[in-house]
Design a protein around this ligand. Structure first.
Ligand SMILES: NC(=O)c1ccc[n+]([C@@H]2O[C@H](COP(=O)([O-])OP(=O)(O)OC[C@H]3O[C@@H](n4cnc5c(N)ncnc54)[C@H](OP(=O)(O)O)[C@@H]3O)[C@@H](O)[C@H]2O)c1
Length: 345
């Protein structure tokens, strides 16, 4: 089969595209015909070695896939050949990746894709939406009626944060550039503040006069403890409610806690390879609720994360061009007007 793989860690040009032997599923695995994959930020960190994780060479890159079941291991129950499925936890922890015509997925990391869900929208959504779900509900303990600030509300994770928090009945205050304000409002933000305005922190306090219950920041790096942040202001100033700050930067060192200290809860997973030490947020025990939410949202006709993909396809020929883009200014681009992670293959 054709695959995009590396034989050593390094810059984007270590990625090769050619024939590799098709993988064989073990007793608890499912063999998936891959329809599409993504280039996720963490893929670039795994490829470069920034995130150290066990791997065998040649190592097929990429974490996320949608596809159909081609075969199941003898011990697998609950999946049938031809069924549509998704996974967002390959290419890490000793597992080969998704950028290939076929991939082996442990059955407990694989989820059925409901018929009504567009596979490419699902693909673009599952990873940032899983991250957002963790931030809001697992670590943020968000409750109906609370006020949540989403700094960077128009990004991949940010748009999922805005949409999910609004669905959960929270009052959402997003920050975004003015051109993205309408997008954030359509996702459910009650207020949108220009994150490039010099007085954005004053505007945030005005937008959340009763205080901030949960502060999430998707910018890189996260300047949580700069003292002039909304969270910092909330802690010291009016309306502080003992708000919570889940941190989910790619690298733990990107989060500057400053005086926020114990208020900051680091999300395991996103920073796990770079010193976070946590378990992957794609661990089945945690992915389960996300999968359930995905299914529930599909059943009610809601669109996950507000992140329509414009047609991510096969990554074999496009992963390498996409990796330099991700290595510099990140460019997943799953929102309208954004940049595509992977073009048509
Ligand atoms: N994507 C995933 O699946 C995923 C999963 C786990 C962790 N993460 C991590 O989550 C973070 C965000 O990733 P992403 O994919 O969502 O990136 P993204 O789509 O590029 O979003 C980043 C957002 O931050 C905003 N921003 C930039 N400067 C800002 C500032 N000074 N104040 C407030 N907002 C600012 C950007 O707005 P502008 O466009 O206006 O500049 C953009 O909306 C990264 O650290 C990434 O490694 C991502």
């Amino acid at each position: 089969m054709q695959a995009a793989f590396i034989e050593r860690l390094g810059p984007p040009d270590v990625i090769r595209y050619s024939e590799v032997p098709a993988p064989l599923p073990g007793p608890s695995d499912v063999l998936v015909d891959v329809a599409a994959t993504t280039v996720n930020p963490v893929d670039t960190f795994v490829r470069s070695g920034l995130f150290r994780t066990p791997m065998d060479f040649p190592f097929v890159i990429s974490r996320d896939l949608v596809g159909t079941v081609a075969a199941t291991g003898d011990g697998v129950r609950g999946f049938t050949v031809g069924e549509r499925v998704w996974c967002n936890s390959l290419g890490h922890g000793g597992r080969q990746g998704a950028a290939a015509e076929q991939a082996v997925v442990p059955a407990d990391r694989l989820y059925r894709l409901p018929d009504r869900v567009d596979p490419y929208e699902a693909l673009a959504t599952v990873h940032p939406a899983a991250t957002a779900h963790l931030a809001l509900f697992t670590h943020g303990r968000l409750r109906r009626g609370e006020t949540v600030v989403v700094a960077g509300g128009a990004g991949n994770v940010g748009s999922a944060l805005v949409a999910m928090a609004a669905w959960a009945g929270a009052r959402v205050v997003a920050t975004a550039r003015p051109g993205d304000a309408g997008y954030c409002r359509r996702l459910g933000a009650a207020e949108v503040v220009d994150h490039r305005a010099g007085d954005q922190w004053e505007r945030l306090r005005d937008a959340a006069p009763d205080g901030i219950d949960l502060y999430t920041d998707t910018s890189k790096p996260q300047r949580l403890g700069a003292g002039d942040t909304a969270a910092g202001s909330a802690r010291q100033g009016r309306g502080a409610r003992g708000g919570r700050v889940p941190a989910r930067a790619a690298r733990r060192g990107d989060v500057h806690e400053g005086r926020l200290g114990r208020r900051v809860r680091h999300l395991p997973g996103a920073g796990a390879g770079a010193g976070g030490g946590g378990r992957s947020h794609q661990h089945p025990a945690r992915a389960g609720p996300v999968a359930a939410a995905t299914h529930r949202d599909a059943a009610t006709g809601r669109r996950g994360g507000g992140a329509p993909a414009h047609g991510a396809r096969r990554a074999e020929r496009t992963a390498r061009p996409a990796h330099p883009a991700r290595s510099g200014r990140p460019a997943i681009g799953v929102r309208p007007g954004g940049r595509l992670p992977v073009g048509d293959g």
